[in-house]
Design a protein. Structure first.
Length: 215
């Protein structure tokens, strides 16, 4: 799923998937819409014949200067996108998932470090970490594993939108590795948790943070 304004990126992604010999179904929409969450799963099952892996990665990032600058509608939208959608998608997908299937959620180092300018975003990510453990306990009897990845500073398109040029220049320099990570350094964690190589992992949160501890 992706927003309509991201159509060009979605088309590029489909091209790469098809180049690898696989099918890709594009389903634009807003995951804050509960009906879209249900439709996502229904179309996936209908068009692809089932669902083995659910990756809850989409998120809304919010910033604040102080408490007074937190907009209530923006706050509710962040929880709708980051938390409520994950629950709705898991609820819709689980009945179609066979033993050995996997759900992978994206949380963040912000769930633990909670930067003062990102308290709403951090709160949603803390909820996701707890949700991951709860879902893993709830679905383990069905043979469905539920884990999460907690990225640190990664060079993704959100960075130049959410940060000033000065902040971008220093991105990741405060990590033990001294730099921000690349998406290619983050992706293997998702592959592990989604694949049979991660078959003895459930309820886990993998930190890809450049060495910043999250436990």
């Amino acid at each position: 799923s992706y927003l309509a304004v991201e159509q060009e990126d979605a088309e590029d992604t489909r091209a790469w998937v098809e180049k690898a010999g696989q099918r890709c179904v594009l389903l634009p929409g807003d995951i804050r819409d509960r009906d879209h969450c249900v439709a996502l799963v229904e179309r996936t099952v209908s068009d692809l014949g089932g669902i083995d892996i659910l990756v809850n990665n989409a998120a809304a990032q919010t910033m604040n200067e102080d408490l007074d600058s937190i907009d209530d509608d923006e706050m509710q939208g962040a929880f709708a996108a980051n938390v409520f959608a994950m629950i709705r998608l898991a609820k819709a997908a689980a009945p179609h998932m066979k033993p050995g299937s996997a759900i992978v959620n994206t949380t963040s180092e912000q769930a633990k470090v909670a930067t003062k300018s990102m308290i709403v975003y951090a709160a949603t990510k803390g909820a996701i970490s707890s949700l991951t453990v709860g879902l893993s306990n709830l679905l383990v009897g069905k043979g469905i594993r539920v884990n999460a990845v907690a990225p640190g500073p990664i060079w993704t398109p959100i960075q130049p939108i959410a940060k000033s040029p000065e902040e971008l220049e220093k991105l990741g320099q405060d990590t033990p590795l001294g730099r921000a990570g690349q998406p290619a350094e983050l992706a293997p964690a998702y592959v592990l948790l989604a694949s049979s190589e991660g078959s003895y992992m459930t309820g886990a949160v993998i930190a890809v943070t450049g060495g910043v501890p999250i436990n």
